[in-house]
Design a protein around this ligand. Structure first.
Ligand code: DGL
Length: 275
């Protein structure tokens, strides 16, 4: 690590961002990473705009304080409710070069390529859905695509509480999938617009009619980050390359290590921080 270069920060309200982090690390293993999960304050999806903005900014500042120059908001709710304010209001005030990127744009940029019927479903948290961020972003890249949304407020708690494989998950997944498909039977592509949801993907597929494609964001965000680093050598030069990852949580490390191990299929030793 040079004295200036530092790990890439990856942030989520909890464990969900690990689904994005694992794909980023797979694609770009040469970099160092710091993952921060705000598990003490999850979920963000049901919270007010100002609260999500404040919590997200505090976590981003924490990652900047650890040296990170580039932070990925691996959380749709934070990307929908805080990213623009941070980029436009907070980053310009800083003396040093810092960048914060989200997960909505990389998904919106490609989702229209997958649909044949031009009808796309978005499953997300209440916060992501009511922000209409996906409708607005997808319209910029694919104006002919019609977007249908469904908020799934129970899905994050199912994942955070390790209930994603049980019968409770079956009930809530079917309920929300049925609501979405009732809006339009021609939906042929569904984006999992919450980083927690890939853990539910098998059950989601089981509830859908054949031929409906389910898209997870991790690979899309990883691809987009690689492209961003290629296009911004001045930022790339500030990302340290040692292939190491550190994990921080605002809650208990025991619980983080256990659950993060499930997400990453790996042993995780996290450190606790207070924000
Ligand atoms: N994983 C986050 C997302 O992608 C949200 C989880 C939460 O509600 O905090 O939206």
């Amino acid at each position: 690590m040079t004295d200036k270069a530092a790990p890439i920060g990856v942030f989520d309200s909890g464990y969900g961002g690990l689904t994005v982090f694992s794909e980023i690390r797979k694609k770009l293993p040469q970099y160092d990473y710091i993952y921060l999960g705000d598990n003490a304050r999850v979920p963000y999806g049901t919270r007010a705009f100002e609260t999500v903005y404040r919590y997200t900014l505090e976590c981003v500042e924490q990652l900047f304080g650890m040296g990170c120059r580039l932070v990925i908001l691996a959380c749709n709710t934070a990307s929908a409710k805080a990213l623009r304010s941070i980029q436009q209001r907070d980053l310009p005030k800083l003396k040093e070069l810092r960048r914060v990127l989200g997960v909505i744009r990389p998904t919106a940029e490609v989702i229209g390529v997958y649909t044949v019927t031009g009808k796309v479903g978005i499953m997300g948290t209440q916060g992501t859905v009511t922000s209409n961020s996906y409708k607005l972003e997808i319209a910029k890249f694919f104006p002919g695509v019609e977007v249908f949304q469904e908020a799934c407020p129970m899905w994050v708690p199912l994942v955070e509480n390790n209930e994603f494989a049980g019968p409770g998950a079956d009930y809530f997944i079917k309920k929300n999938i049925d609501h979405l498909m009732a809006q339009c039977s021609e939906i042929d592509t569904i984006a999992l617009a919450c980083t927690h949801y890939p853990l539910l993907i098998d059950k989601i597929r089981d509830c859908l009619p054949g031929g409906v494609r389910v898209v997870s964001q991790g690979p899309l965000v990883a691809e987009s980050l690689q492209d961003y680093l290629n296009r911004h050598p001045e930022i790339e030069a500030l990302c340290s390359k040692g292939g190491e990852s550190r994990f921080f949580t605002t809650e208990s490390t025991d619980s983080f290590n256990e659950k993060a191990g499930i997400f990453l299929h790996d042993t995780v030793f996290s450190e606790q921080i207070e924000i």
